[in-house]
Design a binder for this molecule. Structure first.
Ligand SMILES: Nc1ncnc2c1ncn2[C@@H]1O[C@H](COP(=O)(O)OP(=O)(O)O)[C@@H](O)[C@H]1O
Ligand SMILES: [Mg+2]
Length: 258
């Protein structure tokens, strides 16, 4: 099926996609609209987001990661009045989950997933300009409280006993659809708008939730941690999960009102 984008891309973007077939990708769950442009030789992805700091952040993260991790290469980025336009190369391969769940064979998928987490952690964070530490999360949640979107009690409960941080480079939305594999090896990461320096259990809490969402059970989670060679810290993962739930509740509420 060929669809035209409902929005007219600015000329700087248009010049790269002219003559290519366009298909809307409906996989993602954010307000971004993603389009796949292909011709016989090249495939590009265009991510159009309502203009916000986050669209620009994803661009900045991709540029910073260019020579550090397998991520899409930015072809063009532009901000217009209402939207940000991120045109990038395609990461080859399939997501680590598909319509019916975790990609088979599961053993291979979980071993690649563990390798993906190790690769993220291998990024040197000494000069990383992107911060997703607990202090930053707390500031964001405090701002929601000031705007009346979350109660002070909830903030108090969430950050009552923050764990000691073990900082690494974190994907920020470390779920199976955002990690791609090709012919039995990791091919790359996408959707990095929330990446940055964070506690290592932040990504792991998302991995666990994503395994469950895609039909995995406790044995699958155990297998993943075996490949990762880590003992799961359930308490720490719950800490990050609770913050994420609270933030998502606010975001969903905001979307429902717009
Ligand atoms: N550079 C890319 N290479 C391959 N697939 C991509 C790329 N960018 C986006 N996609 C596809 O589009 C979907 C949505 O993009 P994503 O950046 O994950 O947006 P969202 O924030 O909405 O999840 C992905 O799940 C994937 O199927
Ligand atoms: Mg995504």
């Amino acid at each position: 099926m060929t669809l035209s984008p409902p929005l007219l891309p600015p000329p700087s973007i248009q010049t790269h996609i002219e003559g290519k077939t366009c298909i809307r990708d409906t996989m993602g769950s954010t307000p971004a609209q993603v389009y796949k442009y292909s011709d016989g030789s090249t495939t590009l992805f265009l991510k159009v987001s309502p203009r916000s700091e986050k669209g620009k952040r994803e661009y900045d993260v991709l540029k910073w990661l260019e020579d550090k991790l397998p991520v899409p290469r930015v072809i063009e980025f532009e901000e217009t009045n209402d939207f940000s336009w991120l045109l990038m190369t395609a990461v080859q391969g399939e997501m680590m989950c598909n319509d019916i769940g975790i990609t088979e064979p599961k053993e291979l998928t979980f071993s690649i997933l563990a390798d993906a987490v190790k690769l993220l952690r291998s990024v040197d964070i000494t000069s990383c300009p992107f911060d997703r530490t607990i202090a930053t999360l707390k500031t964001e949640v405090d701002d929601y409280a000031k705007e009346g979107k979350i109660t002070p009690d909830t903030v108090q409960t969430l950050f009552n006993k923050p764990p000691t941080e073990e900082l690494v480079f974190s994907h920020g939305d470390c779920c199976l659809p955002n990690i791609l594999m090709h012919q039995g090896i990791l091919s790359g990461f996408i959707d990095l708008g929330d990446a940055g320096v964070a506690d290592k259990w932040a990504d792991l809490s998302q991995v666990v939730a994503s395994i469950k969402r895609n039909g995995g059970d406790q044995r699958d989670i155990d297998l993943f941690f075996e490949y990762l060679n880590e003992t799961p810290d359930w308490e720490k993962m719950q800490f990050f999960r609770d913050i994420e739930h609270a933030v998502h509740a606010v975001i969903n509420q905001e979307r429902a009102m717009n």
